[in-house]
Each structure stands twice: as structure tokens, then as C-alpha cells.
Design a protein around this ligand. Sequence first.
Ligand code: HPA
Length: 272
Amino acid sequence: MSQYELCLESANFIRSIVDTTDAVGLVLGSGLGNLAEEIENPVVIRYQDIPNFPVTTVPGHAGELVCGYINNVKVLCMKGRFHFYEGHSMQTVAMPVRVMKLLGCKCVILTNAAGGCNPSFHPGTLMVIDDFINFMGDNPLYGENEDRFGPRFPDMTKAMDQKLRELTLRSAKELNIDVQSGVYMSFRGPNFETPAEIRFAQRIGADAVGMSTVPEILVARHCGLPVLGISCITNMAAGITGEELTHEEVQETADRVNKDFRNLLKAVISSI
Ligand code: HPA
């Protein structure tokens, strides 16, 4: 089966359970899954029950699709995402975003935990992704192009939807939440970067580094789904403070800023 047909089969299964037309797609990253608790009238579908959907293996990542409403706006929320470092192909990692497109979602919001390389950031900073650097050495759009999703050579000049970015900065101001903007650079992982890699990332213009999101952005842009990305800077990247990095620190910071992150996302979703 082609990737399009695989996605269509997943979408048809989900559509047989819940109507997601015009929903806001949401992908919740490390430690941020509990926004899903605020979804009203939730319909929960386990990834393992969806045809062709892979299953997540990372602690802190549940494997559920939660459909419902946030402030009367329909959302289709992925509680837990797939990562390249888990051994999935890039196509598989990004596949749920294509499924969202087929399900009629009007945009997708991607969130992640990231390391800060911009020295003005601190653990807890929220960053709207303005642009990105794909340093994963792979691409979900490799291979024969699927014209039913989008063109062979998609433009990335305006990859991140400007209206959604502006809306996020405006909402943050209204809520008095400090939000920065910057460039997200994706590594393959699963190791945290070396200090030398972070110096490299800084020199080529990265403000934050992580191990996700770029595959989903590429696919969203390819199929014409407006995309917003927000990173939670959970730690300063390797070598900046001299401290060693741990997944526990990532989760602790994500927990600490959870309330702001949730409130910001809710405000953005309500105004879309
Ligand atoms: N590097 C890569 N991914 C991350 C980091 C980091 O420092 N923090 C959270 N996710």
C-alpha cells in the first residue's frame, strides 16, 4: 500500500469513531501530555487500535489520540508522538500529521521540549518556532513524491504559519507569559548533543535544539496544513552551564512551566 493509502486507512478508522472536520490538530511533546486532560467530551482512541499507527516507547509519552473540545474549539490531540530515534522511519514519524490533514484538520500545533542554545534563554522559556534547521540527515519527503499530498519540491520560505505565530505572541502578551521566537534545529538523537555540537548549532543560527518536530513540520508544509511550533526550553543545551543533562531534568522543567504552556495553548486554540 502507498503511504497515502496507509494514511487514508488510519483516517477512515478515526472518522468512523469521531468527526474531526475543522479540528485544530495538536501534538503534545515530552511532559506536556496533560493538556489533554482539559479536553471536554473526550473521545480517546489508543494508537494501538488505529490501523497502521505505530506505538510510542518513550517514558512520559502516552499513546492516545484524544478528540474533543477546548473552549468550544474542536481539537484532535496526539498525546505522545513518534520519534526518529525510536527506530521509526521519518515517514512513520510524520504520518499522523498527514492523517490529520486527511481528517480535515484546519491546522496543526506541534509542541516539544528542547535545549536552549541562545544564551538569553533559560530553562522554562517558551519559544515560538520561526524557522528550523533539519539536521536529522533524513527527510519524510524522500522517495517517490505522493502528489495527492503535495508537490515534489515544497517551498519552505514561510514554513511556519505567520498568522499562528503572531496569534501566539499576542496571546502570550495578554497572559503576561514570556515567549521568545527562534530557530529550532533537530538532531537525530537519542543522545543529547555534545558541547561541540552545540557550539556548531549556535554558530549556524540555532536558538534551540531537539529531536523531533521537524519531520512533522515538513509533512504539514508539504500537504498545505498551516503549522505552528512551540518549544519549551527545558534545559540549557550541553556545555552551556557545564551541568550534565538528564531526561528527568527535561520532565521537571516541563512540569514546572506546564501551567503557562497549557494556558498559552488554550488561548491560542480559542482564538484560531
Ligand atoms: N537536546 C535535545 N533534545 C532535547 C534537549 C536537549 O538539550 N532538551 C529536551 N529535548
